[in-house]
Design a protein around this ligand. Structure first.
Ligand SMILES: [Zn+2]
Length: 299
């Protein structure tokens, strides 16, 4: 797992040409090819989105996980590692989400400012999915902002202004979630993988995941039977599936109890098509709220 990290010092020598190898598809289009921008690497979509909003025109932000790829088991390519070595700011989630980044502090360029965005926010044992709580997302935005300021103090005011706009949007998101989920007949959500623990905690919901903390963890027949029983006991009408995983298990449970399926996006990655349609963390969270309100029979 660490072999890519081990040879990182060797590729530092390639620094001069590395900027050319930034994966163009993951860059904000208006940011490409501008000199004097802060080169920022974020490990996956939500961190990339927050960093893009905060960095604005002063930063060139790259998403290390390709659009549409599942970040849980993503391993950076050698090209990514070159990019990473040249970044002035590296943003990771932490909490074991980036297994490849173990011991990263010892291996990155000393000039790279490292932000571990969810450090200290992970209170549900090993659950890394902090970004799905609009409350915790505001704290993540603060940490990323501090990283920008440390990496590029000359533009402190610029980053702070952008960060405030983002934080206002996240605070508004929290308000609409709080209001939208305050008068519901149900509070049980059956999700694809256990991504919505912090969201459930923030708005008084109860999550029953079909798979574990990672989408790859397959449930046993016994677990599936327990989920089906939970769904029946609680009169669950909708089973959630997610955009990047197969809806097969959700369909199986839904068929078993005569429920329907609905999408709930863990925002771990957006596909190139979704991005081309103008979807963002904010639009997809709004869509999540709409579907939660349908599933939980909210007024
Ligand atoms: Zn996840």
């Amino acid at each position: 797992m660490n072999k890519k990290i081990v040879w990182l010092p060797a590729i530092l020598a390639l620094a001069a040409i590395a900027v050319l190898s930034v994966r163009q598809a993951n860059l904000r289009p208006q940011s490409a090819n501008r000199p004097n921008q802060l080169l920022v690497a974020a490990s996956f979509y939500p961190l990339y989105f927050f960093a893009s909003q905060i960095g604005g025109a002063k930063a060139m932000v790259a998403n290390l996980t390709p659009n549409g790829a599942e970040p849980h088991d993503y391993e950076p390519t050698s090209q990514d590692m070159v990019l990473l070595a040249n970044s002035r700011l590296l943003i990771l989630n932490g909490g074991g989400f980036e297994a490849w980044a173990k011991n990263i502090e010892k291996n990155i360029n000393p000039k790279t400012e490292l932000v571990v965005a969810s450090q200290g926010l992970i209170d549900q044992t090993t659950d890394p999915h902090t970004w799905l709580s609009p409350l915790l997302a505001q704290k993540i935005a603060d940490r990323i902002t501090q990283g920008f300021i440390k990496a590029d103090p000359n533009n402190t005011g610029y980053y702070q202004t952008n960060a405030q706009i983002l934080k206002n949007e996240l605070a508004d998101l929290d308000t609409v979630f709080r209001q939208g989920l305050s008068h519901c007949q149900k509070k049980e959500i059956i999700t694809s993988h256990a991504a919505f623990g912090y969201l459930a905690q923030a708005y008084g919901l109860r999550q029953m995941p079909i798979t574990g903390l990672s989408p790859e963890a397959e449930p046993s027949p016994k677990q599936l039977a327990e989920i089906t029983k939970f769904a029946r006991d609680n009169g669950v009408k909708y089973i959630f599936y997610e955009n990047l995983a197969s809806p097969k298990l959700a369909q199986t449970v839904a068929r078993e109890i005569g429920a329907k399926i609905l999408a709930l996006n863990p925002l771990e990655s957006l596909s190139p098509t979704e991005l081309a349609q103008g979807k963002t963390y904010l639009t997809e969270m709004q869509n999540n709220l709409t579907n939660l309100r349908t599933a939980l029979l909210c007024e």
